[in-house]
Design a protein around this ligand. Sequence first.
Ligand code: HEC
Ligand code: HEC
Ligand code: HEC
Ligand code: HEC
Ligand code: HEC
Ligand code: HEC
Length: 444
Amino acid sequence: MKKVGNHNSITRKLFLGLASSVIFSLTSFAQEAAPAVTDAAAAPAAVTGGDAVKGKELFNANCAACHKLDAKGTGPALRGVAGKYDMPWLYKWIKNSSDLIKSGDPQAVKVYEENNKAVMSAFPQLSNADIDNIIAYTSEPKAEAPALAAGSTEAVPGTAASDSGISNNIILGALALVMIILVVMLFLVNQVLTKVAKANAIVITPKTPTTPIWKAFARNQFLVLVTSVFLLLAGAYFIYGYLMQIGVDQNYAPIQPIHYSHRIHAGDNEINCKYCHSAARVSKNGGIPSLNVCMNCHKNIAEVAESTATPEYSKAFYDEQIQKLYTAVGWDQTSQTYTGKTQPVKWVRIHNLPDFVYFNHSQHVTVAGIECQTCHGPVQEYEIQKQFAPLTMSWCIDCHRKTEVKMEGNEYYTKIHDELSKKYGVDKLTAAQMGGLECGKCHY
Ligand code: HEC
Ligand code: HEC
Ligand code: HEC
Ligand code: HEC
Ligand code: HEC
Ligand code: HEC
């Protein structure tokens, strides 16, 4: 009896120790996680009299077409412009700069001439308070690193992921710690028990050796047979799988010469696929846009917003990519002109059917009205473009078997439809019944 009592008290102590260490590690985890939340809530400090947040909106709506904060656009960089002029002059200038120049104001004439006599639009609709707000925005100090963006109040899609990444790490760390403590505890328990056993003069008898398990297995012929059949089948399955994926490049996502993100363009900025891939509507090919199309927007977008940066790709990285575009089209940002020195961008082709297959985009996009995403996946979420579908023959055929042809409003089909629906005795026809399984339709 005495023995058991002794034993119990030791395990109880150990158990208490274990429980308290688990609780300790969990609370320290909670403390580590907490500051991240308060950081994110801290708002950026306000500067000068006006409201910089309202000012930013006004600036983006009215001024951003020609001005940037830190780089020359059509007009000069505007950060810190309040230090150059007094407010009454700025009111007059912004409301109507031409009047001010005509009146012969020396400062106005000077800026005008320095900027090759480019004309700034007049903004009579802006009140002095509006202009105060804009100037407050231009007086904000430059944000140092993209990391600062994470602390601002704007919801940044990428940072949510990074937060959960950090807390995941903390959880994993806490779990690992608990595991280590458990192992140490078990080791200690074992030691204590052996000591107790020794103290009480209990002899621990070693196990008697039995037949090793593999020998028993080898003697059982039935088990051996079943296992070898299983291994053979599994082997055949993997070899077949390997052979079938030869030439199938699903998920192929090569590195492109310019890191071009569909997530930012087609997703965040909701640019229509067909704006860039206009060929898909009318021709066989999807078509990659020429760089002129890019410059429709990028004459004025030389850098991305702070909030576009993700934990994986910094603002500096994205801005560098836009510079690559400028180098390729020969765009000189300071003079806002084309230099004429161009170099082609060699996009790596991702989708590529074998030469003996005929596939036509307009037939699927315009005639059948199939969304790009059905075949190309959620492209608006891809940071890096990839091949979503396997592009195998069975992929094409499966869809032709399942998909009904849109007959309504298509005169071309009315007669064919009448004939074929009688032939098959159905109301609706699938692409397969229309001839979408005939070898010659897809093979040259
Ligand atoms: C159509 C293009 C355009 C728009 C839009 C525009 N500006 Fe300008 N801005 C210019 C140009 C060009 C100059 C250089 C002076 C000149 O050539 O007239 C300039 C000069 C200025 C200057 C003097 C800068 C200096 O460093 O000397 C200020 C201040 C200014 N703009 C503020 C604004 C504000 C505020 C807005 C929005 C409400 C705005 N601008 C909208 C083209 C524009
Ligand atoms: C602003 C222009 C632009 C928009 C909008 C755009 N793309 Fe693209 N797309 C490109 C460029 C440039 C490439 C080549 C670089 C690359 O592969 O990332 C490309 C590549 C592709 C490719 C791979 C081509 C290949 O090589 O096989 C597919 C598929 C594609 N886009 C589909 C779409 C879809 C679907 C949408 C709409 C959700 C869309 N794109 C919107 C510019 C655009
Ligand atoms: C309809 C307007 C529009 C067109 C067309 C357009 N872009 Fe953009 N581009 C944007 C906007 C908006 C951003 C993001 C700016 C931000 O986040 O602040 C951007 C960002 C970028 C970036 C940085 C982010 C990234 O994707 O790596 C690159 C590089 C870029 N564009 C390249 C191109 C290329 C190449 C083309 C032509 C195939 C193109 N853009 C066509 C509007 C456009
Ligand atoms: C029925 C499926 C399907 C639909 C719908 C579809 N595509 Fe494709 N797309 C393909 C296939 C298959 C290829 C490979 C073609 C090849 O290699 O000849 C391809 C290739 C492309 C390419 C690479 C360049 C080229 O011409 O081969 C681009 C870009 C593209 N698609 C964009 C689009 C866009 C944008 C849409 C929507 C307007 C769209 N696709 C709709 C199946 C589809
Ligand atoms: C998402 C479904 C889908 C996929 C995937 C698809 N198709 Fe189609 N395809 C259709 C539909 C629907 C039609 C009928 C269009 C119509 O004429 O109204 C069609 C029609 C065609 C036609 C014209 C058939 C005729 O009777 O004239 C050809 C050729 C064709 N597809 C080739 C292909 C090839 C090659 C692939 C694979 C690389 C493919 N399709 C993948 C849905 C699909
Ligand atoms: C809907 C379009 C479509 C039809 C109809 C079609 N094929 Fe194909 N076929 C394809 C595509 C796409 C590939 C390329 C597959 C790949 O690259 O993995 C292909 C590949 C092949 C290959 C090469 C083997 C391989 O896997 O690369 C043969 C052989 C072939 N087809 C025969 C036929 C015959 C015979 C018929 C008529 C019974 C037929 N196809 C009908 C789309 C079609």
